[in-house]
Design a protein around this ligand. Structure first.
Ligand SMILES: [Zn+2]
Length: 169
């Protein structure tokens, strides 16, 4: 079952991303004894990489922490519904349980656009959506409202137009 304290830890990472000018998405991986063993946040702008999503960073750190690519005893908390890339990583890492906050109508792959976790890939995590959903989506709304305020740049306008597709750019 979802534990809100872990989503709050993911929210802190999302807030950190926002302060750095990134779309606010944060993620933690919780190990078998309830300890946070992976943390990640969106750093797409900083890394100039389409791969720099919060979930991939947190999964990478958790694998290093356990010295194992199998995270079958772990739970993943992320503030935004995973995109197809991150859903694939969650499946590949055999994460036991996925808890996400806000839905993503643009790239959400846990049911919003497609539910990749229902497909026959040989592993399906238990999924809990809408964990602290209002806090998670409030942060995204605040970020995109800030972008609109800055205003003049048409590229920014078109990006803001993608909301609430969090990690779209
Ligand atoms: Zn992603």
């Amino acid at each position: 079952m979802p534990d809100e304290k872990y989503m709050r830890a993911a929210l802190e990472l999302a807030a950190e991303a926002m302060r750095a000018g990134e779309v606010p998405v944060g993620c933690v991986v919780v190990g078998p004894d309830g300890e946070i063993i992976g943390r990640g946040r969106n750093r797409r702008e900083e890394s100039r990489s389409a791969l720099a999503h919060a979930e991939l960073e947190a999964i990478h750190m958790a694998c290093e922490s356990l010295s194992d690519w199998r995270l079958s005893s772990c739970r993943l908390y992320v503030t935004l519904e995973p995109c197809p890339m991150c859903a694939g990583a969650i499946i590949n890492a055999r994460i036991a349980e996925l808890c996400y906050g806000a839905k993503d109508p643009v790239t959400g792959s846990a049911g919003s656009v497609i539910n990749l976790f229902m497909e026959n890939y040989g592993h399906s995590p238990r999924i809990y959506g809408a964990v602290l959903e209002s806090e998670c989506s409030a942060l995204l709304r605040e970020f995109f409202a800030g972008l609109r305020e800055k205003g003049a740049d048409s590229a920014i306008h078109s990006r803001a137009g993608m909301e609430p597709g969090g990690e779209k750019g």
